[in-house]
Design a binder for this molecule. Structure first.
Ligand code: FE2
Ligand code: FE2
Length: 232
């Protein structure tokens, strides 16, 4: 299966934030990525979160999300977008996909004997979902451990996991899911998980831990455009 992947677009009207994020270039960069994925006949496009960055008002952010949705509507390749912390601090999960498109809400799938699982770690350690009032990006938690175990029991022998935040022990501590140890214990125990694909840590990284490969893609919004084709 040929996947087109990009992450951390941080699209907004800002020219430059955090010294490196060229937020207002991201719509053009997403278009470049989508054109490339179309030319290369990717079967599925995935965004691994932080699609948007902050504006002065939530209404402006909703307009930005609509602009991304209109752009994606021009392409026939199926596309799904995991929410990142920036998205979760502006929109509830339902609000986000209502604007971006319900068909772009991640759904676990099986194809060619492979299982793709999408995890949402946009929760606080108390188990509640991210909200506008608490932009605590270092407080990331995956609350659905029991469901994950069950999904892995039912899955094919080759599983690929996708999420925004980072799981592996080598990850930069502030970017790591707080119960990452519990999550990876379940992934390892299944014996089925080959790779975990992540965003969030803008510099990107590659790591291996107990037989599972962890690939963190560099952010699309920084420096040159960054998007990737992955064959699984
Ligand atoms: Fe980000
Ligand atoms: Fe993030």
């Amino acid at each position: 299966m040929k996947l087109g992947i990009f992450t951390d677009c941080h699209y907004s009207s800002a020219e430059l934030t955090c010294g490196r994020r060229r937020c207002n270039q991201s719509l053009r960069k997403i278009e470049e990525a989508m054109n490339h994925f179309t030319d290369e006949a990717c079967e599925l496009v995935l965004c691994l979160g932080d699609l948007l960055d902050k504006e002065k008002t939530l209404e402006e952010e909703a307009e930005n999300l609509k602009a991304v949705s209109r752009l994606l509507d021009r392409y026939s390749t199926p596309m799904m977008c995991i929410m990142g912390n920036h998205d979760g601090f502006s929109f509830s999960k339902d609000e986000f996909y209502e604007i971006l498109g319900e068909n772009r809400r991640p759904k676990n799938l099986e194809a060619d004997g492979k299982t793709l699982l999408f995890l949402d770690a946009c929760y606080y350690t108390d188990g509640t979902a991210y909200c506008h009032e608490r932009p605590e990006w270092k407080n990331s938690f995956y609350p659905h451990l029991k469901e994950l175990k069950e999904l892995l029991q039912k899955a094919t022998d080759e599983v690929y996991v996708f999420l925004h935040q980072n799981l592996e022990p080598q990850a930069e501590i502030n970017h790591r899911v707080k119960n990452g140890d519990d999550v990876i214990a379940i992934l390892e125990e299944s014996g089925k998980v080959k790779k975990v694909f992540q965003g969030h840590y803008h510099r990107g990284s590659n790591a291996e831990h107990n037989g599972i490969e962890y690939v963190t893609f560099p952010a699309l919004c920084e420096d040159e455009n960054r998007f990737y084709i992955v064959e699984i």
